[in-house]
Design a protein around this ligand. Structure first.
Ligand code: FAD
Length: 312
């Protein structure tokens, strides 16, 4: 009855939020192992070895795994995952693709974006853009799922590091390979992990005016977000979309300018600690979810905020 968590990493350290996944799994009171897949994993292993509650680090280390795609990660999970009752990973496009494929290899079902594990065999996941929380019981032999890390409490730190155990590396799946990467967002923090997000909606009115949102974001060291309407109108890049069909964010501060607060947008910001809304319509629905609301014109308020707040 143990749990294996697939570790997301950039080749140097684990993705933020792994401590919360370990916290969620360890709370079930059963052993938790971590699976690291890649090449030259020493630094990544060192970054996770002291997470409290981790029993073993399973390291699948081979040159062919340096850029493991979803198909290969699924193969690796299938190769080492049989003894485990639960296979988990942080929710995100890459891991969702990998775990769904692993579930296929096991002949198991797959659950995405779990926000609670109240019991060993029950899970909670949001439906209808978060309007409903469904308690579901997986029917397969094991639970294979992605977890929304921000919904769980982090584990602590262990005094002694978890031991690293090499496991046989699978052959890379030849059906897809990485041809290249291009960085988006420049030096700004990654949206899903940012401490502050400044977001603009259709109310911004143009791609040029989105520069006001970006200027405040850069002033505060924040990530830039956008509503789907702003993305569809071409004011903002697709990868900045927040919401049901965009990214889920959990910053300490989410500042929404010219965003009405549609349920599909709010679904992506529920875990923000403080929501500040700027809207010229006092009846905009965003004010019902905002902790602080400012009725005003964003073209006046954003530059005023930038002038008043210290640069971060
Ligand atoms: P609007 O609703 O047009 O609101 C613009 C706001 O700006 C208004 O409240 C207005 O008062 C205000 N405003 C205008 N000018 C100013 C000014 N000068 N100063 C201050 N305020 C001003 N939406 C998402 O955001 N993310 C998603 O992931 C997403 N997924 C969806 C999935 C589905 C299946 C569907 C059906 C819809 C989805 N949507 C999503 C779309 C969603 O329903 C809304 O249409 C969208 O969020 C509206 O974006 P908005 O708030 O920017 O625009």
């Amino acid at each position: 009855m143990s749990t294996l968590i697939l570790v997301g990493h950039d080749g140097r350290q684990a993705d933020p939020g792994l401590d919360r996944l370990v916290g969620a799994a360890a709370a079930l009171g059963e052993p938790v192992d971590l699976l690291l897949v890649g090449h030259g994993l020493e630094a990544v292993a060192a970054s996770v070895a002291h997470l409290a509650g981790v029993r073993d680090l399973l390291c699948a280390d081979a040159p062919a795994l340096a850029e493991a795609r979803a198909e290969t990660l699924a193969r690796q999970l299938h190769a080492v995952g049989a003894p485990y009752r639960r296979l988990l990973a942080a929710h995100g496009l890459g891991h969702r693709a990998a775990l769904a494929r692993a579930a296929g290899l096991f002949g198991n079902n797959f659950l995405a974006d779990l926000v609670a594990l109240p019991e060993a065999d029950r899970c909670v996941r949001p439906l209808y853009a978060g309007a409903v929380l469904a308690t579901v019981q997986p029917q397969g032999e094991r639970l294979i799922a992605t977890l929304r890390a921000s919904a769980f409490a982090p584990c602590g730190t262990a005094a002694a590091p978890a031991p690293c155990r090499a496991v046989p590396a699978v052959a890379a799946d030849p059906r897809s390979r990485l041809l290249g990467r291009s960085a988006v967002g420049g030096s700004r923090p990654e949206l899903a992990q940012a401490r502050i997000v400044v977001a603009g909606g259709r109310g911004v009115g143009s791609a040029e005016a989105m520069g006001l949102v970006e200027a405040l974001a850069d002033h505060l060291g924040a990530a830039v977000g956008a509503s789907r309407a702003a993305v569809d109108a071409g004011y903002a890049a697709a990868e900045t979309q927040v919401g049901q069909t965009g990214k889920t964010v959990a910053p300490a501060l989410y500042l929404a300018a010219g965003i009405s607060g549609a349920i599909q947008h709010v679904a992506g910001i529920k875990d923000a600690k403080l929501i500040v809304a700027i809207n010229k319509d006092p009846d905009a629905p965003i004010f019902s979810v905002a902790d602080l609301g400012l009725v005003g014109d964003l073209f006046e308020v954003l530059p005023a905020l930038k002038a008043a707040l210290p640069a971060q």
